[in-house]
Design a protein. Structure first.
Ligand SMILES: Cc1cc2nc3c(=O)[nH]c(=O)nc-3n(C[C@H](O)[C@H](O)[C@H](O)COP(=O)(O)OP(=O)(O)OC[C@H]3O[C@@H](n4cnc5c(N)ncnc54)[C@H](O)[C@@H]3O)c2cc1C
Length: 208
């Protein structure tokens, strides 16, 4: 998978929002140590968490499975714009047949798990889907034969408060492995000076 941060709100905006409450603008230092400490104290420690909603991040997430996508969509406090299979199955239709165990080429379309039996079954499902398309079945019907491993991509926008909740739930060892990978990739893509607000919500990778 690939996670790219397209856009984010600078820390000065959330500092401004917090300082609005008691009109302490003169104490601001343009996103410097005083503002950073204030955001952490008010947003995290005092649990005045709504202030963190002024922080908004937009990511371009590519190469995740539809299995992961449907779990990601459960996070209601976020906005998703997802690649449409109705229009994009034509990419698969142009492919030559997938032979048994043709994992390398299939990986362009599906997420592999590393379990050979599962991955071979996924390639077979991909080939059956390709055959439907070649036989002239319309995308609107063929999409019902999509395997869960089929790759998707989306633009995902989430605010800081909801992102803390996401990272806390989805970096946990009880989360799906691919979701856990996504949580770490999203954290890694954050601006360095924002990470301190989210790091406490992340379960370390080595915890299984
Ligand atoms: C390990 C794991 C296993 C899971 N297994 C399943 C499963 O088997 N089946 C299944 O259906 N789901 C499952 N889920 C999904 C889970 O139930 C949540 O839907 C998902 O994690 C999104 O969490 P959320 O509601 O906190 O996030 P969001 O929807 O982004 O909501 C963020 C926060 O806003 C508040 N909020 C949002 N909507 C409401 C509301 N209507 N009322 C009150 N407060 C609200 C809550 O405080 C919530 O935490 C699983 C999640 C995890 C992490």
């Amino acid at each position: 998978m690939d996670v790219e941060l397209l856009h984010y709100t600078p820390l000065t905006v959330v500092a401004h929002a917090i300082r609005t409450c008691w009109q302490s603008f003169d104490k601001g230092d343009r996103g410097g140590p005083r503002d950073r400490e204030l955001i952490d104290r008010v947003g995290n420690k005092y649990k005045h968490s709504s202030t963190l909603e002024h922080l908004v991040y937009t990511f371009y997430i590519r190469g995740i499975s539809r299995a992961l996508l449907q779990e990601l969509a459960r996070h209601r406090i976020a906005s998703l714009s997802v690649k449409s299979t109705r229009y994009t199955l034509k990419e698969l239709k142009k492919e030559p047949p997938f032979q048994d165990g043709d994992l390398k080429r299939a990986e362009e379309f599906i997420v592999l798990t590393g379990d050979e039996r599962v991955d071979r079954a996924s390639v077979e499902a991909l080939e059956r889907l390709r055959q439907l398309l070649v036989a002239g079945i319309s995308n609107d019907f063929a999409k019902y034969a999509l395997p869960e491993c089929y790759k998707s991509e989306l633009t995902w926008t989430i605010n800081g408060r909801s992102l803390q909740n996401f990272l806390s739930l989805r970096s946990s060892p009880s989360a799906l492995w691919e979701m856990r990978n996504l949580a770490y990739a999203v954290f890694d893509a954050l601006p360095e000076d924002h990470k301190y607000l989210f790091h406490p919500y992340l379960t370390p990778k080595e915890e299984k």
